[in-house]
Design a protein around this ligand. Structure first.
Ligand code: GLN
Length: 475
């Protein structure tokens, strides 16, 4: 095995035994990026000298690729947007501090949909990212660069963020493990905000054990983020060792299976996954999440509303792009924003501003908050009956670049990941097999809030029962 192919666990073991150094791993990743990323386009920037210097100074550390909305001091942080061109982060996000304190170093910045709005990475203003399993297809999004880098062995592991599915859906498309932690499990300080009541940073890795190791490093209380409770972080990797599916109650939400847009191959792979869980001794029960049908509408009110407020700070004064055509302060704001933001971001800002405006606030935003509570209660009720939910992760495998032109069709990709995001519970996508055409398909497991130990244990046992099916790759 070459060093760039290693996962976190194998890298840590080799480092501990002195088989290679951190510098060797970083060099191997850099060589791999030079050799293959011209075709994939996972990375936006890679400070090679900086990463090598960090590896030299921390000889047992493992390099991690960083989604380009997480601040690393001294590095660019574009969020996939022209508006942040030239911006250099003045400080480390808490997750980056946590990485460094736990034997990891940030190495390379990976592409994403602009401000994490999208499901294909095609909304990036800075370049195209392709799926390493089929270069004519998207890697998913918004953490498409992270998923392509992990799935293409262009890194050891990566950080992504998930607001409505942006870790899980690209993980499903690129054959990697992606975990969206419970809301509040991981600090958001220093992570450019999209929708503050939904955003979470999480691991994107080559195995469930790697995800457990990385999540343990990321998670925990942070004085700079009031949503992170003081609960101690469990030793996830130790606690999931030897986990099994025996006697585990898995719920199949019926609303997730009778969906028109569910691709028959995804359905087949998911049904196989269910059978495999049964063989391992899991008990399968049907459950209902009756408010599922409203989740999409609720999300597309709440997320744009929060985004419209969060993105107000990009005004041409404090960060990045400043219009050269401005003649006064108002035109400075308007022209800088008109020139800097892409079409999807503008659409969200307009929708968000509308649903928050006086006269519409109660009818849209206020109501959406109430329905969000109903969606959350569905999950509370389900978890009284079952340990976890098993669902398809995305309704389709990776689609072709340029295939989905209509924003609403793009939004439908997150049908199965949005409800759990609204509920704030934890969820993961685990590779489950491939379509007849050889495209990876992930299955989603969902557990209650702060039940990451249970979630990762189930995922690990599933992964072990499935074996790692790796369809042929294009790079
Ligand atoms: N695709 C969804 C959106 O466009 C979710 C994005 C995300 O989770 N960041 O909003």
């Amino acid at each position: 095995m070459e060093l760039h192919e290693l996962g976190i666990k194998a890298a840590q073991e080799g480092l501990a035994k002195g088989e290679f150094s951190s510098e060797d791993i970083v060099r191997a990743v850099i060589d791999r990026v030079h050799a293959a990323d011209g075709k994939v386009g996972a990375y936006l920037t890679f400070d090679e000298d900086g990463a090598l210097a960090l590896a030299k100074a921390n000889p047992r550390s493992v390099p991690i690729a960083i989604k380009d909305l997480i601040n690393v001091a001294g590095q660019p942080c574009t969020c996939g947007s022209k508006i942040l061109k030239g911006y250099v982060s003045p400080y480390d996000a808490t997750v980056v501090k946590n990485l460094k304190a736990n034997g990891f170093i940030p190495a390379g910045r990976v592409n994403m949909d602009e401000f994490a709005m999208g499901s294909s990475t095609e909304n990036s203003a800075l370049g195209v990212t392709r799926n390493p399993y089929d270069l004519s297809r998207v890697p998913g999004g918004s953490s498409g660069g992270s998923a392509a880098a992990v799935g293409g062995d262009l890194c050891i592991a990566a950080l992504g963020t998930d607001t409505g599915g942006s870790i899980r859906q690209p993980a499903s498309f690129c054959n990697c493990v992606g975990v969206k932690p419970s809301y509040g499990r991981v600090s958001r300080f220093g992570v450019t905000a999209f929708a503050s009541s939904l955003d979470q940073v999480g691991p994107m890795t080559k195995s469930v054990e790697d995800a457990a190791i990385l999540l343990k490093a990321l998670a925990g209380h942070d004085e700079m983020d009031g949503t992170t409770p003081k609960d101690p972080v469990p030793d996830y990797p130790a606690m999931i060792a030897g986990s099994s599916l025996k006697g585990v109650k898995l719920g199949l939400p019926k609303e997730y299976f009778n969906v028109g847009g569910l691709d028959p191959e995804v359905k087949r792979v998911t049904e196989e996954a269910i059978r495999r869980c049964e063989e391992q001794g899991a008990e399968i029960v049907e459950v209902s999440l009756p408010h599922t049908e409203y989740a999409m509408a609720v999300y597309y009110i709440i997320a744009p509303a929060e985004a419209s407020a969060n993105l107000a700070r990009f005004d041409g004064v404090r960060y990045g792009h400043r219009s050269a055509k401005a003649v006064d302060v108002m035109s400075l704001y308007m022209k800088s924003r008109a020139e800097g933001f892409g079409p999807e971001v503008k659409r969200r800002i307009i929708m968000g501003t509308y649903v928050l405006s006086s006269g519409y606030y109660d009818a849209y935003y206020g109501r959406a908050q109430k329905v969000r509570t109903l969606v959350k209660r569905d999950f509370d009720e389900a978890f009284k009956k079952v340990d976890a939910l098993l669902t398809p992760c995305a309704p389709t495998p990776a689609f072709k670049l340029g295939e989905l032109q209509d924003p609403l069709t793009m939004y439908l990709n997150d049908l199965f990941t949005i409800p759990s995001a609204l509920a704030g519970v934890c969820a993961a996508s685990v590779p489950s097999g491939a379509t007849a055409a050889g495209l990876p398909v992930g299955v989603q497991f969902i557990c209650g809030g702060f039940e990451e130990t249970k979630l990762l244990g189930i995922c690990r046992a599933f992964e072990e029962a499935t074996g790692r099916v790796t369809p042929p790759r294009a790079v």
